[in-house]
Design a protein around this ligand. Structure first.
Ligand code: XUL
Length: 544
């Protein structure tokens, strides 16, 4: 995701209509996007934790423990950033008095431990005092574990053992036990630091924490971000009692009841009306995770709408009506804009860095030259397949790195010609997306391509043909903040209508994406025939 620099940006003149503000409390900074009622982005702002709040001594927004596994951030820094952001918006003339609703995104999985009686501190926030002072004593734990933390393997294995194995955990909570998932972080805290856990009155996610700062009270966790905890029954949309029991004592009360993502969780605290001029009746719509908000920002409204984000790692997103949780393939979350729906998210570690390494190894100077190489071989590569694992892969779980090449008859090959290698890389990556996406129920009817590689026509051609769907592109700066702004609008309109309005209707006037590639049916049929061969080879590799 694109980090905004410390600068601020007002992209067009404010209109007179109400505005909807979306925040994104991400790993490295706090961003904001404001949209008008027709989903036009009118302003964007950003704060960078390292640069703008150097006193917290973070690098990339986090602090790393000596074990190399523990990764935390001070929650008070996230609160301090909110003041810096709003001060900056005020200095640039942002019209706070037009903001009808605010919502937000938070980096997923990170947790904040409110100390007993912190609620009174929140309620008593004042316009004169900065949040960092008001909340100095609000935390039972000064260092919040974030999604990059991987120190809870023991707790993950204990959870899976207690609940019947990884697939059983996935069946209920949408994902097998993952180190960064909040339930496992809570289990670690309760086990290793029982006095801090005992002093904790309420546990927030980064998302609900930021919402709490706005309403001046403990804000509920929404069911979509709540799906990233290994604690929520994603079908019932309630905490799973067994998952809570194996985590820590007295957890239900500390979590509070989760709410639907479009819920208005409160009015903005008067502090913000006095300090910045927000309207007194400005409402706060439940904050959610950054990935759920990105789904909203990319307007993946219905099952079949997929997004492929091609960055350092590649991520496949999609809306789903029927979830098929898998212990091997990514995550199923509750959908943040369709209360009865779900979303899937699958991460592939070997993304741009791997593509870059192969581009260099085949002697292509740039992506144009690489595309020319790909164009010299036919779709399907004559049945040849390659697996390019420069990094230990998450999907499929392949910890051994290396390159494996196979002829059409499955015999291992030590090398391919540059043109066969170039095509094998792209086809392998997208066959993997098709295979693993299909296993959790993602069946594409349209694909939004984002990230660096989405500018490359050869990449998009193979993507479209392998997945068998048209590819769209658009220029969106920060889909999480934008999605949060759309969700603010969605929650606000739904509240007025006293029912959850279809999200598609609410964002109908947003700028459309550009349809850039149509799938070639003949090529797609070839890939369909090749998929079982690919799956068999991959299974062999995964088995060692
Ligand atoms: C998702 C995850 C990351 C964070 C980044 O499971 O861990 O994408 O949400 O902010």
């Amino acid at each position: 995701m694109n980090e905004l620099s410390a600068s601020t940006r007002v992209t067009s003149r404010m209109s007179e209509s109400p505005l909807f503000l979306g925040l994104d409390s991400s790993t490295q900074g706090l961003k904001a996007a404001a949209v008008d009622e027709s989903c036009r982005v009118v302003a964007e702002f950003g704060v960078n934790f390292d640069a703008d709040l150097p006193e917290y001594r973070t690098r990339g927004g986090v602090q790393r423990g000596p074990d190399g596994l523990t990764v935390t951030s001070p929650p008070v820094m996230w609160a301090a950033a909110l003041d810096v952001l709003f001060d900056r918006m005020q200095a640039s003339g942002f019209v706070f008095d037009r903001v009808a609703a605010v919502s937000g995104a938070g980096q997923q999985h990170g947790s904040v431990y409110w100390r007993r009686d912190a609620r009174a501190l929140l309620q008593g926030m004042s316009a004169e005092k900065r949040l960092r002072e008001t909340l100095r004593d609000a935390f039972a734990v000064a260092a919040s574990p974030v999604w990059m933390d991987s120190s809870t393997t023991a707790q993950c294995r204990a959870r899976e053992a207690a609940l019947g194995g990884p697939q059983a955990v996935a069946d209920v909570t949408g994902s097998r036990a993952f180190e960064r998932f909040t339930g496992n972080q809570i289990a670690k805290l309760a086990g290793q630091n029982p006095s801090a856990y005992a002093a904790t009155e309420r546990i927030a996610l980064v998302s609900s924490f930021m919402a709490s700062l706005l309403i001046g009270d403990y804000a509920p966790i929404d069911v979509s971000d709540g799906s990233g905890m290994n604690l929520l029954d994603i079908r019932a949309r309630r905490w799973d009692p067994r998952a809570l029991d194996v985590t820590a004592p007295g957890l239900a009360g500390r979590l509070g009841e989760p709410v639907a993502s479009h819920t208005v969780v409160g009015n903005l605290h008067t502090r913000y009306a006095v300090r910045y001029g927000f309207p007194k009746n400005c409402v706060v719509v439940a904050f959610s995770g950054d990935n759920p908000c990105s789904l909203a920002g990319m307007r993946l409204k219905q099952p079949g709408d997929l997004a492929v984000s091609m960055g350092t790692s590649d991520t496949l997103f999609g809306a789903l009506s029927e979830p098929h949780p898998s212990a091997k393939e990514g995550h199923i979350f509750v959908n943040p804009v369709e209360p009865a729906g779900f979303m899937a998210m699958i991460c592939f570690k070997n993304g741009s860095l791997t593509r870059e390494a192969v581009r260099q190894s085949v002697g292509a100077q740039d992506w144009k030259a690489f595309g020319a190489l790909v164009g010299r071989t036919p779709p399907g590569n004559g049945g040849r397949l390659g697996f390019y694992m420069r990094e230990p892969e998450i999907t499929p779980p392949l910890f051994k790195t290396g390159i494996w090449r196979f002829a059409a008859d499955a015999r291992p090959q030590s090398a391919f010609t540059p043109e066969i290698e170039a095509r094998a890389l792209l086809e392998g990556q997208f066959l993997s997306m098709r295979l693993h996406g299909g296993r959790v129920g993602l069946m594409p009817s349209g694909i939004l391509a984002t990230g660096g590689a989405s500018a490359d026509p050869a990449v998009l051609r193979v993507l479209s043909d392998v997945l068998g769907a048209p590819v769209f592109t658009g220029n969106q700066v920060n889909s999480a903040a934008l999605g949060a702004a759309y969700r603010a609008l969605h929650g606000w309109r739904s509240r007025k209508a006293r029912r959850c309005l279809p999200f598609a209707d609410v964002v109908a006037s947003a700028p459309s994406f550009t349809r850039v590639v149509e799938p070639d049916p003949a090529a797609h049929a070839l890939y369909t025939a090749l998929l079982p061969h690919y799956a068999a080879l991959e299974a062999k590799l995964a088995a060692g």
